[in-house]
Structure formats: structure tokens, C-alpha cells
Design a protein around this ligand. Sequence first.
Ligand SMILES: [Zn+2]
Length: 265
Amino acid sequence: MPLARVQFPRSASTEEQRSEMEDVLGGFLGALARNGQCAFGFLTAYEQGRLTGYVQSAEVDSYLDEYCTRFANGERRKLEDGLGAPVWTTLSDASPPGFSCADWREARALYLFTGALSPVRTVGSAGVAPYYKLPIRDEHEIGKIQHWAKEAELLDDLWLQSGSLEIEAYRELAEVGSGLNVTGRKIAGKIEQATGKPTYYYLPRRYGLGPDSPPVRCPGCGAELEATGLQDYLGLRCTPCRLLTENQRDLDEPELAAIGLWSGA
Ligand SMILES: [Zn+2]
């Protein structure tokens, strides 16, 4: 993720304006982060009297006005009125290994998965498709994606932390009928409608009974799952249900193997 600096040419004229403008910059960068244009964890400060922000951007041009939400552009205009037009500088364009942004137009299919910047991934590459580039401009719809992504990430953290809510969190992530997954599948459907790309929804299937257990059926319709040939955690799919899932990985907790299975309903 490129490291970028944004700086404003004029100094604040009063102490009050100085503090107000720094708050507005925080709101602006927060809006970019919620939209997947940069990471959360940005910094703001006055450097030699000039208001400055440091962000990790999704891409070197991800802060362009055309990608910003209406709210973000409103905050940017307040900053421009007060301190002049922002000047963006890319300080480093190196990306961490394994992280790259992908163009959804070039993907054969997409899927939803929790993770950095955007929960929209491209099938067949390790790429993240930032949702500020998806053809979904309705801010209400973008808000729903952001809200779902945050909840999925929190549940994923709770599961991985292995604390007292570990199993409840896994159940919410793995059961096709959970609130999280019902919402997530609707979002995947809207993304498919907007992009014209088959858009799958990922369901984890971590626990199993071992090689003698009957093959796992699609949790959505009960049909046999098809091997995808993709990386392990995306090894199985049901095309009509647009579900991607995986083979059991952990055989040490057989009492959890039933979570997420097709219920026959
Ligand atoms: Zn199915």
C-alpha cells in the first residue's frame, strides 16, 4: 500500500481554525478509509504550520475526487476553502507482499471475504477489488457494504482470538442462515447485478470429522459441492447458490463439525 502525504498550502489564521481544520481533515480521511481508499490508522499533524496527513492508500491515485463519496468531497471543499487545495505526494509506492489491488473488470468472478480495505476479492488472483471502484455509487448501498464488512471483520477477530465467544462467532460466520451471511449474500447479489460478474460468498468450514465423513453438501441447497481448483480455503463451490467454501481443516474438534452443514430444511 503506497504511503502518501496530504498537505495544505495555507496556514490556519487562528487557533480556532487550526483545530477545526484538523478535525475536518480527520473526518475527510476517515471517510476515505470507510470507502476503502486508504487504511484506517492515518495520522494528522501540523508540520511547520501546515496541516498534514499521512495515509496508506489503496493505490497511488485512490484519493482522486471521482472516487470519493459525496460526504468526503464536502469535507475536502471545507478544507480547500480554509487552507487551499490539498497537495498529495506519494512517499513510497511499495506494497506489502501478497497485497495488490485488482481491477474487477478483468476478473472472471468476484467473491466477498473479510479483509483489508475491501471485502471484494477477485477469483483466481490474490487481488482486492476496492469498492470505491465498483459501479455502485449509491451511498446508502456503499454504507451497507461497509457495515457488513466491519461486522464480518469483528466476528472473524473474535473467532481467531479463541476467547469465550469463539464458537458463537464461528457459528455466525459459518451458518448460511446467520444474520451476517443473509446480509452478505444480498450484498454479493447486488455486486453481481452492478458488475455483471458472478459474485460468490465465502463461508468458512473449518471443523470436520475426517476422511470417513460423508462429503459436505452445499449449505444453501444440499447439492454436491464442486471442486474449484482454487486455493484451499476456496476449494469448493455451489454455482447456483454462489457459495464458496472449503474442506474441513481441523479434525481435533469433531463436536464442532456440524456447524454450518446443510440442514435439509
Ligand atoms: Zn447450493
